[in-house]
Design a protein around this ligand. Structure first.
Ligand SMILES: *[C@@H]1O[C@H](CO)[C@@H](O)[C@H](O)[C@H]1NC(C)=O
Ligand SMILES: *[C@@H]1O[C@H](CO)[C@@H](O)[C@H](O)[C@H]1NC(C)=O
Ligand SMILES: *[C@@H]1O[C@H](CO)[C@@H](O)[C@H](O)[C@H]1NC(C)=O
Ligand SMILES: *[C@@H]1O[C@H](CO)[C@@H](O)[C@H](O)[C@H]1NC(C)=O
Ligand SMILES: *[C@@H]1O[C@H](CO)[C@@H](O)[C@H](O)[C@H]1NC(C)=O
Ligand SMILES: *[C@@H]1O[C@H](CO)[C@@H](O)[C@H](O)[C@H]1NC(C)=O
Ligand SMILES: *[C@@H]1O[C@H](CO)[C@@H](O)[C@H](O)[C@H]1NC(C)=O
Length: 461
């Protein structure tokens, strides 16, 4: 009887635990732990798709480089040669018409799933101000009223969520290059907030309530956090929103808080510091070296080779980062085969080596102390919690021996190569570390030989 009561008490749902309430200040907001799915997932896909995908030349900054403060001669020349003189940027929106039968968000999601990524972040509004969802706050400058005549955000959110491995997130630019209400606030030295209260915040609330994104990737934040009312929005997001338990955010919530406050830090684009970071960061990078949006002037040599992509993944996650890999779809809603190939190659490599990536943590050493081009992660064996594995990501295939200065082998250490499995002989290295003998392995025995991962079980350190 007694024991039954005891069990009943233990098994009863815990009484209402006071949920942590976050306050609209950075000390409080920064104290929120990131939901664990984010760190565990490591890899996301970034999608830049908007009206800029129509001229599809130079970059997603096309409008600004054509008619903004810093004009680019190449862009002006392009317009002169290819469009009538009375052409406006808004005219491009009419041609943003991904045809049914060609554009298929489910096909995109299939590629993203096959890539091994764990989340997708879609640009829902870039600095051009065009909303890819039927926003109530973007009259006649949204994907329902012009161009596609459909909800591109809803389309992709649904498609992505059909894959249990994938989460859906949104990118949203706070400012808009040419919005007169924004420009008026700016002229007032950000002392008025008409744009914030009438445009950027209503859009954010609308996006969160309608699409329930698990990532909010804020961007475009000249003006301070106080101008954007960022801490108030985030306090609502973390305390009350429908995604309060799952959402992660970045750090671009005001020009004074980038790289300091928020969820994960993005600092600069392509942030890949090469040293251990205390705070979780994200390396947002792109498959096309010079543009986030698709551009027809892209050359094969502008596209990152798979080896380099995998190296970036290794260096990033070794230092406590996630990586967000950008793809720019065409205006027709297709993903260029060269991008699809890169993503599927990454997926096939992760099929072999994902054990060293997902759910891994940075190790004591990020890169090897002796051999350049060797980066580390660690992971505890979940079935036998006492067992720690260290993974060495090796950029160049080692001939005869692999000399590692960092891991100190123990009496139970074993060395294997992911995708190959056979154990490798090794010896202690005088001066610390270990020397692994590399037998002549038949080339065909190692799948996806773009970057190799050696698994070292139970090192002393
Ligand atoms: C541009 O001007 C031409 C005549 O020069 C006219 O036929 C055309 O409709 C105009 N296009 C736009 C988008 O205003
Ligand atoms: C998603 O990708 C994984 C490989 O990472 C594959 O095993 C799985 O079948 C895919 N899911 C679907 C629904 O295609
Ligand atoms: C836009 O406004 C209409 C009318 O007030 C409302 O019915 C609709 O739900 C709103 N849309 C969104 C996405 O909030
Ligand atoms: C902001 O919205 C309110 C209510 O819709 C409107 O009265 C006001 O004129 C708007 N302000 C600006 C600067 O657009
Ligand atoms: C904006 O910030 C003020 C305090 O500065 C706060 O009272 C208000 O509720 C915030 N508004 C929104 C929409 O977040
Ligand atoms: C790798 O490690 C060494 C120290 O062992 C360090 O000097 C070097 O800067 C590190 N980073 C890179 C990117 O090689
Ligand atoms: C975890 O340990 C078990 C038992 O030693 C082993 O069979 C399994 O392969 C290990 N898993 C990993 C990911 O190392």
């Amino acid at each position: 009887m007694f024991s039954l009561v005891a069990i009943a008490i233990v098994l009863a749902p815990s009484p209402i635990v006071d949920a942590v309430q976050y306050e609209p200040n950075w000390d409080s907001l920064d104290s929120r732990p990131l939901p664990s799915w984010y760190d565990e997932g490591k890899i996301g896909i970034f999608i830049h798709w908007g009206v800029f995908s129509v001229p599809s030349f130079s970059s997603e900054w096309f409008w600004y480089h054509w008619q903004g403060a810093k004009q680019w001669p190449s862009v002006i020349e392009f317009m002169k040669k290819n469009y009538p003189p009375n052409w406006t940027y808004a005219d491009f929106a009419e041609q943003f018409d991904p045809p049914t039968g060609i554009y298929d968000p489910h096909h995109w999601a299939d590629i993203f799933n096959a890539s091994g990524a764990r989340y997708v972040v879609q640009v829902t509004k870039h600095h051009e101000g065009f909303t890819s969802w039927p926003s109530n706050y973007s009259f006649n400058w949204n994907a329902q009223d012009v161009g596609p005549h459909r909800d591109l955000v809803g389309d992709l959110a649904v498609a992505v969520r059909r894959y249990p491995n994938l989460r859906y997130g949104i990118y949203h630019s706070l400012f808009e290059w040419f919005n007169p209400v924004y420009l008026e606030d700016k002229k007032n030295k950000y002392k008025t907030q008409n744009f914030v209260f009438n445009k950027s915040l209503p859009e954010l609330y609308e996006l969160v309530n309608t699409y329930k994104p698990d990532v909010i990737w804020s961007d475009g934040c000249p003006g301070k956090d106080t101008y954007w009312n960022s801490t108030h929005f985030l306090a609502w997001l973390y305390n009350e929103s429908p995604v309060k338990d799952t959402v992660v955010t970045n750090d671009r919530w005001g020009r004074n808080v980038v790289c300091k406050h928020g969820g994960f830090l993005t600092c600069t684009d392509q942030f890949n510091p090469g040293t251990l970071q205390k705070r979780k960061f994200e390396n947002a990078m792109k498959l096309d070296y010079s543009s986030w949006g698709y551009r027809r002037d892209m050359k094969l040599s502008d596209v990152i080779p798979i080896q380099n992509l995998l190296r970036k993944i290794a260096t990033t996650i070794s230092c406590n980062g996630n990586i967000l890999i950008n793809v720019g779809p065409t205006k027709d809603g297709t993903i260029a085969p060269i991008f699809e190939e890169r993503l599927r190659q990454m997926g096939s490599w992760l099929q072999v080596n994902g054990e060293a990536v997902y759910k891994s943590r940075p190790w004591t050493f990020q890169n090897d102390t002796v051999t350049p081009g060797v980066w580390y992660t660690q992971r505890t064996n979940e079935t036998t919690t006492s067992n720690k594995n260290v993974y060495a990501f090796v950029f160049d295939w080692p001939a005869v021996t692999l000399v590692l200065g960092s891991p100190v082998p123990s009496s139970t250490t074993q060395v294997t190569l992911l995708g190959y499995k056979r154990q490798f002989k090794f010896s202690q290295r005088s001066g610390g570390g270990m020397i692994i003998n590399i037998p002549a392995i038949p080339y065909k025995k190692i799948p996806c030989d773009w970057l190799w991962v050696f698994k070292i079980t139970n090192p002393q350190n």
